[in-house]
Design a protein around this ligand. Structure first.
Ligand SMILES: NC(=O)c1ccc[n+]([C@@H]2O[C@H](COP(=O)([O-])OP(=O)(O)OC[C@H]3O[C@@H](n4cnc5c(N)ncnc54)[C@H](OP(=O)(O)O)[C@@H]3O)[C@@H](O)[C@H]2O)c1
Length: 304
């Protein structure tokens, strides 16, 4: 079977994509290819200056790109809600929401505006609320999709939901807290897809991960990060393929997980990967879902 590449992506003209964390790394690369394929892309950045710079570069690289920029800081749930309201006022359709933004392994424990550990708060809770707020718009757009970025670490030895110290207040472990946030992304996506299927929604929710890709994400890893990026990482052009496949391949089904094919899913062209077996554990899924609702004061039950 031949490799899935950007050549497999049909024209995306007429479709609107929202990409979080689009000013850098995978988010930027994903936005660029989607723009090349004719999509309307709403790039978001928490820092507008960085966002404008990225959008200007993209427009230089893809002169006919239909891209716009909006500010979105996922580490402030009030801002997430304000953003979603502004988005719904401005756009009448949303074909694909790509929950891409992420922060990895800050050396010192940090918190979001509402006091959550910064990785769990940004990577999981921020996207949890964003998805919740945009669900009706997605529902009113035929065959829409939600793509959630997880990670290899969601299946590695520190991948767990640390119920006893969810916010890592007692003891901070940067790898464990990052792994928790990316496992939470995965569990949320799988559970959301199950709920959507149950109510016969036409929205599908798909998971993706980029293997190991050299981006700014490794900025807190110091020398180790730079060495790993040099010897092991694949380029952004490869790292974005699982996301792009999850977002555009008509054969993709809800609940599937796309990632690289080779070297233990670290590198290669995108194929179906196996998520953590916890995605099938109802107790864990329900508990995380309900906890996320409580922490963010959302009630998904009125929607899914
Ligand atoms: N690279 C990899 O090997 C790898 C592996 C597995 C999973 N992933 C996942 O891939 C996704 C993209 O990461 P990347 O590798 O492209 O890293 P990146 O180059 O550092 O990009 C991350 C993006 O997320 C944004 N972001 C961080 N905190 C945010 C916040 N509070 N609100 C809104 N946006 C925020 C960043 O904004 P700033 O530029 O302002 O910081 C940036 O635009 C992440 O979810 C990551 O967990 C990456």
């Amino acid at each position: 079977m031949s490799n899935w590449t950007v050549d497999n992506i049909a024209s995306q003209k007429g479709k609107t994509f929202l990409v979080t964390g689009a000013n850098s790394g995978l988010g930027y690369g994903t936005s660029k290819v989607l723009a090349q394929k004719g999509a309307k892309v709403i790039m978001t950045a928490r820092d507008l200056q960085k966002g404008h710079k990225a959008m200007a570069t993209l427009k230089r690289e893809v002169p006919n790109a239909d891209v716009e920029l909006m500010q979105l800081d996922l580490a402030d749930l009030h801002q997430v809600r304000t953003f979603a309201n502004a988005f719904k006022q401005k756009y009448q359709q949303l074909n694909v929401l790509i929950n891409n933004a992420g922060v990895m392994m800050p050396v010192k424990r940090d918190e979001t505006k509402q006091g959550f550990e910064v990785q769990f708060g940004t990577n999981h809770l921020g996207h949890f609320v964003l998805t919740y707020e945009l669900l009706e718009l997605l529902e009113s757009t035929p065959q829409s999709r939600i793509v959630v970025l997880s990670s290899l670490v969601a299946k590695m030895n520190k991948a767990a939901i640390y119920w006893e110290d969810l916010q890592f207040e007692k003891s901070y472990d940067k790898m464990a807290s990052y792994s928790q946030s990316k496992l939470a992304n995965m569990l949320f996506a799988a559970e959301l897809d199950r709920r959507l299927k149950k109510q016969k929604s036409s929205i599908t929710c798909v998971m993706a991960h980029p293997g190991y890709t050299a981006t700014n994400l490794q900025q807190h890893m110091g020398l180790q990060g730079r060495i790993m990026n040099f010897f092991m990482a694949q380029k952004v052009e490869m790292g974005i393929l699982p996301t792009l496949r999850a977002a555009t391949d008509p054969k993709v089904k809800g609940g599937e997980y796309y990632g690289p094919a080779k070297m233990g899913n670290f590198r290669g062209y995108p194929v179906l990967n196996e998520p953590n077996t916890l995605v099938k554990d109802d107790n864990t899924n329900q508990r995380l879902w309900e906890l996320s609702e409580q922490l963010t004061q959302t009630d998904f039950s009125i929607k899914v």
